[in-house]
Ligand binder design. Sequence first.
Ligand SMILES: Nc1ncnc2c1ncn2[C@@H]1O[C@H](COP(=O)(O)OP(=O)(O)OP(=O)(O)O)[C@@H](O)[C@H]1O
Length: 693
Amino acid sequence: MKQGKMKADEEAPPPSPGLGGSAIRCREVCRSYGELKVLSNLNLTVPQGQIYGLLGPSGCGKTTLLKCIVGTLKISRGHISVLGKPPAFPGHQVPGRMVGYMPQDLALYNEFTISDTLTFFGRIHGLSSTDTQARMDFLVDFLDLPQKSKLVRNLRVSLGAALLQNPQLLILDEPTVGVDPVLRAKIWQHLVEIVKTGKVSVVITTHYIEEARQANVVGLMRNGRLLAEGHPETMMKQHNAPTLEKAFLQLCETSDQVGSKHSTSPLGGVLECSQSFESGRDESLPILGAGSGPVEELPKYSADWKVRVRHVMPKWRNIAALIIKTTVRMKRMPGSLCFQFLLPVIQISLMCLCIGGDPKGIQVAVVNNETSSSSYSQSLLSFLDNSSVQQVNLSHAEAFAGAYNGEYWAVIGFGKNFTSYLTKRMIQRQVSKEVVDGGSVHVWLDLTNQQIAMMLQKKLADAFEVQPEFPVVSSLQIYLLFFEEPIYGSMNSDFTTFVTPGAVLSITFYLAVGLTALSFVIERKEGLMDRCWVAGVSSLETVLAHLISQLFVISIQVILLLLLMLLVFKIPNEGSLVLVIALIGLQGVTGISFGLVISSAIDDEQNANQAALGIFYPNLIVSGIIWPVECIPYPLRYISLALPQTYASEALRCIMYRGWGLSRMMVWRGFAVTLGWNTFFVILAIVILKLRT
Ligand SMILES: Nc1ncnc2c1ncn2[C@@H]1O[C@H](COP(=O)(O)OP(=O)(O)OP(=O)(O)O)[C@@H](O)[C@H]1O
């Protein structure tokens, strides 16, 4: 514990006074969402050790500005320095433990108790468990929180999470909305107290303009620009207004009259400013010093390579905190966890039970014109597998009427002289066409269902070709081909045997995609990703933590799948079980990393679901899982071969049915392609996440 505390303390740099004693300095900041310009040439200065009340109507850009300050949004132009350096500068702890951020959304985990939430953020900030506990006790008391073990998600807990590590800069986006007046007063009192030391600075946005009178400085924002900033009393005096609200109203009116050519003075009142977006300024020009205001020297920031390397290296502390978070969430949702474990079991069972087996109860019409019970036709029919083929004896007309009605899959016909003609065919060297015709079994098939028709043909061949009990018929057979014992596989191999390896890989892959495709989408939507990012969690750490925690789920899924496949459904495995497990597990990782790509790139649950489902069938069909790749025409075959499961399915078949090892090209190629896709997807997910935060 002590060690943890010491480490955290070592990592925390001494308070940085910032530029000219300011905690935050924004100069000519611009930010757009596509075509929508939200911040235009905004200037703002938050003095060190003071409370800054950022006021403005809904939609004026306050939240956007705060996100730019904490580094979750990149600015399009301009310059921001926070506690002495730009946000996300290598080695700077903004984002990190120097800043406490309370976003407008609750941004708290649904399944977390108050204690879980604060412990999670404590871990990320590197607090020792004793320190976290002490802060937790204080915050529970101060914010009047219910018991720590309660599953509570509200503004007070969110505020608690922002205050937890005693940050040097507190950024609170509307912390007093919906809070009862007593607590609101308490929060302000606390803010006033913590800034007294001069080491902590606070930025707070609020809709209640009058409560901001307790702030040391207020900034009045409108249409993405700061109209004025200064001490509340000074502002009111300057505009001869009895309330801050009236002062704001006057400022808005003045601003409307003066037009867009004004900006703010750091001391209050309206200043002449550089041009804004509305005035048609050329955005390609440098901002600072470009307007008519005084030219401001931009500080140069640099970090040596060691700091830069440390900045990009993932921190085990954060990864561990994220993994513990996921584990706690899983534990709180046992139903969902069981479902995740059972899903592959259900899927593989359904596949083995429903695909590739023998059809049962296929009705065929039999037209037997021979009446004698000792006829060859009766003997032949008795060899037909009755569990698969149900014979219905009918007249010629009834049989065909039924077949055309879809009641029978085939009509089997014997002529009335079948036995005598067949005997002639056996005895005589040369027989007439009539004898051949009359001595043959005639079969009319309904070929609309290839699988059933093929099975019927096979059953008829099995019954009518080689029957030792029926030497007359078997002596008829002239074998040009004789199939010896197979080199690999068994004579009983069926479609299930072919399809199972590919299906197992595909099930593992898609379950993993499903597990992860929505994880970031929901976390991003609820503001959790931003909150973690501000606490100092990087994209790389997020992706690695997800990979590791989902690996646990995948491992259990793979074990259950294999037990079922090998022990219950008796799918043969001639090769190394380690290789089988490794390949299936790696395909699971490919699924996780592909899910992470979807999750990073797509904001909306519906679209993420569609992307995950949309690729399911094309991939299944083109990967040669249900039909051999050799049947795919060029150039589609090239695409097929490049897909993650094509070579991998082939490799798994080679391991399981041929008993091959990694020295065989067909095996290592499957591993190589899987690893290649893993690496590609993980890098892509990290890059997308990085670009989007
Ligand atoms: N991710 C986004 N994509 C597109 N537009 C956005 C996005 N976020 C915000 N906006 C738009 O940018 C403008 C400023 O939004 P912002 O949330 O910064 O305002 P605000 O002053 O904080 O408002 P409020 O007090 O209601 O939160 C609004 O018009 C909003 O619709």
